[in-house]
Design a protein around this ligand. Structure first.
Ligand code: C2E
Ligand code: MG
Ligand code: MG
Ligand code: MG
Length: 284
């Protein structure tokens, strides 16, 4: 009996592996066609200046409108894009689209409207990408700090010359740098100074679902103080309640992002948020 059970298990296991492999191959093929078939779309989430409550910036978040499965989130396809190398193409597309929206929203609001994009560590393995992005910005006639790129702490720790070179090139091109999900990795303040980072984004886990006087809040408060001493601005992620917003504002945090203000929305909807919150637009 046990022998049979073992064999059945083995059979079951291999079949599920085959299914997984098939699923991956199918997804990979579909992902390859996603850009030419115009299935990729950018959503935007507002970044709110806590002191004034105005929408100060926007973060671009990638979505894949799959013809059968509907809207897929990055967690369902970014890893595959990284493995296949498609992430380079996707990343360039995201940067160009987001730049165009920054240009439009800058014109609409009458003040520089910065848009941020996320970049995965894999993208930093390709040399000279930053120069290319910098050139694209000048072609569009965008101001030097119109765009910011969000990277994770791991990218700062990567000692490869190509990564360091790209970060510095990006800085030279006037692209700002934000450290995403701060507090979840090694969090070395020394690296922040070395690459002259502009923003720290405190990870959601220090904000969402936290209780007053909790350790996580104490850590967040400490990050805010240290970041300010180093001349960085701080953005808190995962702000879901007014109480969290008030605590962050009191702790001196500069910006907040989260469902309290808005979920990520398509650009047309984002533009409505802008006109509701910005006097320059609603006054027209
Ligand atoms: P991230 O950059 O840390 O983005 C924040 C994520 O938290 C987004 O998920 C956003 O929808 C979600 N979020 C925002 N506010 C709240 C809140 O109040 N509560 C909760 N529960 N969640 C909130 P999303 O869009 O699924 O993106 C997940 C991750 O995928 C991003 O994390 C980013 O690392 C990555 N990603 C997104 N777009 C791109 C892209 O164009 N390229 C690359 N390489 N990665 C991307
Ligand atoms: Mg981000
Ligand atoms: Mg994050
Ligand atoms: Mg993240």
């Amino acid at each position: 009996v046990s022998k049979n059970a073992g064999r059945n298990q083995f059979h079951f296991f291999t079949r599920s592996m085959q299914e997984q492999a098939w699923h991956r191959i199918t997804m990979m093929g579909e992902l390859r066609n996603a850009l030419p078939r115009k299935e990729l779309q950018l959503y935007f989430q507002p970044v709110v200046e806590l002191a004034s409550g105005r929408v100060a910036k926007g973060e671009a978040l990638l979505r894949w409108m799959h013809p059968q499965k509907g809207m897929l989130l990055p967690s369902e396809f970014i890893a595959l894009a990284e493995e296949s190398g498609l992430i380079h193409e996707f990343g360039n597309w995201v940067f160009m689209q987001a730049s165009a929206w920054s240009k439009r929203w800058t014109e609409l609001t009458g003040t520089l409207f910065q848009v941020s994009v996320n970049a995965s560590p894999v993208q930093f393995m390709q040399r000279k990408r930053a120069l290319h992005w910098g050139r694209y910005l000048s072609e569009l006639g965008l101001a030097w700090n119109s765009m910011s790129v969000e990277i994770t702490e791991g990218v700062l720790f990567n000692t490869s010359s190509s990564t360091a070179e790209q970060l510095l090139d990006m800085r030279d091109a006037g692209i700002q740098v934000a450290i995403d999900d701060f507090g979840t990795g090694y969090s070395s303040m020394a690296y922040l100074k070395r690459f002259d980072v502009d923003y720290l984004k405190i990870d959601q886990s220090f904000v969402r679902g936290t209780a007053p006087n909790s350790t996580r809040r104490t850590i967040a408060e400490t990050i805010i103080v240290m970041a300010h001493k180093l001349g960085l601005k701080v953005i808190a992620e995962g702000v879901e309640t007014p109480e969290q917003r008030d605590w962050l504002q009191h702790a001196g945090c500069d910006f907040g992002q989260g469902y309290l203000f808005s979920q990520p929305v398509p650009p047309e909807e984002f533009e409505q948020l802008l006109s509701l919150h910005s006097p320059a637009v609603s006054g027209r």
